[in-house]
Ligand binder design. Sequence first.
Ligand SMILES: Cc1cc2nc3c(=O)[nH]c(=O)nc-3n(C[C@H](O)[C@H](O)[C@H](O)COP(=O)(O)OP(=O)(O)OC[C@H]3O[C@@H](n4cnc5c(N)ncnc54)[C@H](O)[C@@H]3O)c2cc1C
Length: 481
Amino acid sequence: MRRVVIIGAGIAGLAAAIRLAKKGFAVRVLEAGSQPGGKMSEIRKEGFRFDTGPSLFTLPHLVEELLEEKLSSKYHKLNLITRYFWEDGTLVNAWAEADKFALEMEHVLGVPASAVHKYLDEARFLYEHTAEMFIFNPVMSLKTLFSAAGLHALKALPRLKAFRSMHSYHEQCFSNPKAVQLFDRFATYNGSDPYKAPATLTMIPHLEHNLGAWFPQGGIYQIAQDLENKAKQLGVSFHHNEAATLIHFRGKKAYTVQTSSNTYETDLVISDVDIARVYDHLIPHKPLPMRYINRPVSSSAIIFYWGIRRTSPMLDVHNILFAEDYRKEFDALANGTLADDLTVYLFISSKIVKSDAPEGCENWFAMINAPYDRGQNWNELRLKARNIILSKVQRILGMDISKDILVEDYADPPLIAIKTGSWRGALYGISSNDPMAAFLRHPNKVSAFSNVYFVGGSVHPGGGIPLCLASAKIVDKLIKK
Ligand SMILES: Cc1cc2nc3c(=O)[nH]c(=O)nc-3n(C[C@H](O)[C@H](O)[C@H](O)COP(=O)(O)OP(=O)(O)OC[C@H]3O[C@@H](n4cnc5c(N)ncnc54)[C@H](O)[C@@H]3O)c2cc1C
């Protein structure tokens, strides 16, 4: 039986473990932390449970195909995806059903429903023509270019909009600035800046508004648990609290993976570790290739996990309280700091998972976009963010929650970096602001190593749950039985 060592039990490492076990490999997963899931983790405190990282989950079929079961009974499809609030009292409900959402945009913002449909149809066109080529295949090669997927993608080339920004495209589609802001926000789904990121990324809303967003009955962390359980059923062995420290090579071939307590012989290695750390720590004899050095990384976040002793009938699971000047917010991020007004994302899983908070209470995940770590004074920035969030909640929702916080925890870029190994605390690997970003990510396999593969949010095709799962699918294709 051929052996594979997988380093890291993030979502992509778990997916790779299942795929390789199904292929007949003896799979061993080394995980530095005590839990599976990496960024997809959870905290439990005094009767409250919080998902710590991802909260918006799309493309569930990528999990279904790993678990080999229909998830409709235990993963709930959201009817209302997000409630968007503005300072002047405007509220838009982003319904999952495209017709209902388009009508809401027309009634509340005066945007013709037909303009919303046209926008979402274009997003669908882009996704359907390019996903197979750019998301589910290895980074561009002549073979993929001349494949059926490559030829299909060519049809979308004139409509890719790679050399204009998302924001300028949205201004062309919608005359209402709030509609522009609402769709601009999708740039943050891979840590980008809508004023810089290519309008190609306007395919992201297709996932939510044409295909739908889902929520597992046990919270987002249930996805990591379900995947780990499935992997265990398939015979995968997990070594938690055992970080890999070095991969040993003979020429181009890796033959052992070392940890502080063991050395494991192996035929293949799959790394789910942030690619910058792989070259720094695990393969120190090879420097990170020049084209990745000094590339800016995606944005990070400051998150407060608040258990509060009250409920909020005006809120749903996913809520956005928009900043008045969105451009200022992104300019500040680019300069490594925070603006004085911030867009606040409130995620409250206890709206669905009642056991996530005690009776009469709620578990608030209050997040703002933050710059990646460049050695800023994070105590200061965290305090600033906390004050801005609390006063924004009071202004827009009329709730003074400061005295109702029973339980508090937080995450910021340095902590995210320490806990998940992510370079500079970036949530999604290298920045996607560059129109060529899709081609600049580290490939899933490079010729310098004959039996080492790379998965996860810092390599091709990118960050976010669906793309991480896609990276494992690509590696599965690359590895012969
Ligand atoms: C706050 C936040 C919000 C997010 N929101 C969303 C969202 O709403 N929707 C979405 O789709 N995505 C979201 N994301 C992004 C998404 O969570 C990530 O892209 C994805 O989970 C990354 O998975 P990964 O496989 O790259 O592994 P990671 O989650 O990065 O995990 C890597 C694992 O490797 C382990 N490791 C590192 N070094 C070693 C070593 N030497 N030896 C052994 N183990 C090691 C780490 O402990 C970790 O468990 C969010 C992320 C964060 C942090």
